[in-house]
Write a protein that binds this ligand. Sequence first.
Ligand code: MN
Ligand code: MN
Length: 280
Amino acid sequence: MFDSTETPLDQAHSIRIIGAPFDGTVSFRPGARFGPAAIRDASDGVEVWSPLLDASLECVRYADAGDVELPMGDTGRALEMIREAADAALDAGAAPFLLGGEHLVSLPAIAAVHARHPDLLVVQLDAHADQREDYMGVKLSHACVIRRVAEFLGQERIRQIGIRSGTKEEYRLMREHGTLTTFREADLEELKVWIGRRPVYLTVDLDVFDPSCFPGTGTPEPGGIDWWTFQRFLQVLRGCRIVGLDAVELAPQLDASGCSSVLAAKAVREMLLVAACPVA
Ligand code: MN
Ligand code: MN
């Protein structure tokens, strides 16, 4: 799928795919470092046309920069390198689209996009709050990524959807700031009104899906959404100004059937289309 419409990096493109194969801080089962390669592999079996969005990837000017070669044992340096890759995309006038990797890779990408769009909003799809102050004393952990983002963005610019796991303190924080919302139709419409014309970064932790359709992830959490709920969410978001996005936490070797990788590749297609073909 990606290869058929690939644009060289030196040609104009509106979205740049960046692989961030990092899983150095995962708290349960590692393997997200294999996510970008598995998404590209699985994308070969996915059509370029989306029936529901009535749009084709052939109309999207995107380029694939490949994977950032990350030092797995050095979280700080890995995040710096992802930031550099996101900055390079933005310098070229393209929105970065990160393929994780664990969720911590979103932190430098969101920071890079925020530097160009000071009024940025973040919409997070996830099973987990990721709002911990620290995880076993570590502040740069995928369990803390949204908390770190809130430190420079502010909680009031964040909306979290699909969350069904967290600590009592995380839930207290999210309720205090009103960051939580749902996939119910009225809430989706309200989300779209809240976004309005402001720039938005869409971060999709794929464990938002139910483990029955997406078992290939390090921290599966029962009670998640199905494909149609995700697609309805994207349909509602169509027309919003998406200036950065990511799909993270696929750990392909944890699903021997390969279906999780296919779901991830199809999710990437739909996200590309919604970000780059806002009008049918
Ligand atoms: Mn997450
Ligand atoms: Mn998660």
